[in-house]
Design a binder for this molecule. Structure first.
Ligand SMILES: [Zn+2]
Ligand SMILES: [Zn+2]
Length: 300
């Protein structure tokens, strides 16, 4: 099953003609994670042909406007659609209050869309499902800001040959083996390694706005894809320091020292007319790098 990532907005601070405010949509099985919700994110989803009701959870990095101003419009549209279940919104400390303020600034009927807000209070595992985990880390951006990683759980691929050799019948018990459990069947104790091969899960790291800090390494470590901000070129490193952002060089070095497989840069300052210099600088330190653009799709 593919992990699909669609970039809905790749600009910093101010949107440009080509680039919208920050938002990324990640799909995996029945899950649709919206990573930040910059202004106009719902319209970007329409253009990308993604139904809003596909969103199962929203992960917010921080409450700077360029990452959240799309929330009121998106939630209003979701409330007007046939959304089933409760929408979970994860974010840093203060998220409940921020969301309350946003939703009290216009006429909004909460009954139509049950929302549960979860504020990240500690680093590490935030939640897990049967097939993946989400980890959260505190970033360094002057205000509470969270970086997340999506980690697919390892699974076991059944070998039909081994199954036959051991004269075992296929059945629903194989689901437990695939999930890594040892079980007893027909009086025999069967461990996953007896009839299956372990397939390690994939990891997607997502680093929104931040200055360099220790936590970034946990998110970047062994990531198959690292989505990371590179607001500035090193020529403007002092701006990065002033506003707590990374340069292309800092992001590339982070990927390189953490065994990241592929780095995808985003959140570019509007001062750059193209991303050519940003990419060139990053490639100097890490060659598996691309610059994201709006509606870029990646399958892992
Ligand atoms: Zn930003
Ligand atoms: Zn910010």
């Amino acid at each position: 099953m593919n992990i699909e990532i669609v970039f809905l907005g790749t600009s910093a601070m101010v949107p440009t003609k080509e680039r919208n405010h920050s938002a990324v949509f990640l799909t995996y099985q029945n899950e649709g994670l919206l990573l930040d919700c910059g202004e106009g994110a719902q319209r970007q989803m329409r253009i990308a042909d993604i139904k809003l009701t596909k969103i199962t959870r929203i992960l917010i990095s921080h409450w700077h406007g360029d990452h959240v101003l799309g929330l009121p419009g998106l939630l209003q549209s979701l409330a007007a659609s046939q959304y089933s279940g409760t929408l979970e919104i994860y974010g840093p400390k203060g998220s409940k209050k921020f969301l309350e303020n946003v939703l009290s600034s216009f006429v909004y009927s909460e009954e139509r869309l049950p929302i549960k807000v979860i504020e990240v209070s500690k680093e590490g595992l935030l939640f897990d499902t049967k097939t993946f985990e989400i980890h959260a880390y505190f970033l360094s951006h002057g205000i509470p800001c969270i970086g997340y990683s999506f980690i697919e759980k390892a699974r076991w691929k059944i070998s039909v040959q081994k199954l036959r050799k051991m004269k075992l019948k296929e059945g629903s018990w194989l689901n437990d083996i695939q999930a890594g459990q040892t079980i007893t069947i027909e009086g025999k104790k069967i461990a996953p390694e007896d009839i299956a091969t372990k397939i390690e899960g994939r990891k997607i790291g997502w680093i929104a706005d931040t200055a360099p800090c220790e936590s970034l390494n946990y998110i970047a470590q062994d990531a198959d894809i690292l989505i990371c901000e590179a607001t500035f070129h090193s020529l403007h490193e002092e701006k990065g320091e002033e506003y707590n952002h990374l340069t292309a060089k800092q992001s590339a070095l982070l990927a390189s020292r953490n065994n990241t497989k592929k780095l995808v840069l985003t959140h570019f300052s509007q001062r750059y007319k193209t991303t050519d210099e940003i990419l060139e600088e990053a490639q100097h330190y890490f060659d598996q790098v691309v610059c994201a653009y709006d509606f870029m799709k990646i399958k892992v």
